[in-house]
Design a protein around this ligand. Structure first.
Ligand code: ADP
Ligand code: MG
Length: 227
């Protein structure tokens, strides 16, 4: 496969379980669009961050120990103003897990949620996956797996094999979605997986929101573990 221009690993790679912010920085270095966001240690910092990003915002509790933030009430969507933000901040701090702080991020829109994943299989090498994303991933199991790196035509073929494919093409008067943006993100993730090699334990973008054709995609959540 031909490598897209300008892809290179950052000089200092974090190790172990990465925070959402660290994982997004890594995929953003490979040209995958991610939410604008800022870490905040206090309520005042969170309000300042939201004003810089622009309302509405999303507030998430940051803890490396948590796998599914929404299960613990650590994701607060669509906060419209400083008052709503302060209330959400207080609610997060009352959660039964110790938080390192909060992440304030732009509220993104999309027509469908995909999961993009990558891992190094010992003895087999780097793999990527794409599937129907969101909180029902494990239940729906609509995923396609392939060795990395991918050519764009390989990525397109994986998307076509998903049960979600007719939705991506537009059904019931809904617009056709930006399949080419998903292809581009999957190819770029596959090069990241190839470049990380055995250091990549696992990486998931779940979900990456796909918009109407021509409007792109954006990863709103990211998790990664590096050796
Ligand atoms: P979890 O750790 O539970 O997977 P996520 O960060 O994925 O937490 O958030 C849960 C859900 O909230 C996502 O599947 C998505 O639907 C929605 N969501 C999260 N962040 C954003 C955002 N920045 N903009 C819009 N929707 C979001
Ligand atoms: Mg998620």
């Amino acid at each position: 496969p031909a490598r897209p221009a300008g892809l290179a690993l950052p000089e200092a790679l974090p190790r172990g379980a990465l925070t959402e912010e660290e994982a997004k920085r890594l995929v953003a270095a490979y040209g995958i669009p991610v939410t604008r966001e800022r870490f905040a240690a206090t309520e005042a910092e969170a309000v300042a961050a939201a004003e810089a990003i622009g309302f509405p915002v999303v507030l998430k509790g940051v803890s490396r120990a948590v796998v599914h933030k929404s299960d613990l009430g650590l994701v607060r969507l669509g906060l419209r103003d400083a008052e709503a933000l302060r209330a959400a901040h207080a609610a997060l701090l009352a959660a039964p897990v110790p938080l390192e702080g909060v992440l304030v991020q732009e509220m993104a829109r999309g027509e469908a949620e995909l999961i993009l994943g990558a891992r190094h299989e010992p003895g087999l090498g780097p793999f990527v996956l794409v599937g129907t994303g969101g909180i029902w991933v494990e239940v729906l199991r609509d995923v396609q797996l392939a060795p990395a790196p991918l050519r764009p035509e390989d990525a397109r073929a994986m998307l076509r094999r998903l049960a979600l494919w007719p939705v991506l093409q537009g059904v019931r008067g809904r617009p056709a979605l930006d399949v080419e943006a998903a292809v581009e993100a999957l190819v770029r993730l596959s090069w990241l997986a190839a470049d990380l090699g055995p250091r990549l334990v696992e990486l998931d973008l779940n979900p990456i929101l796909l918009r109407a054709a021509g409007e792109g995609c954006i990863a709103v959540d990211a998790r990664a573990t590096l050796a």
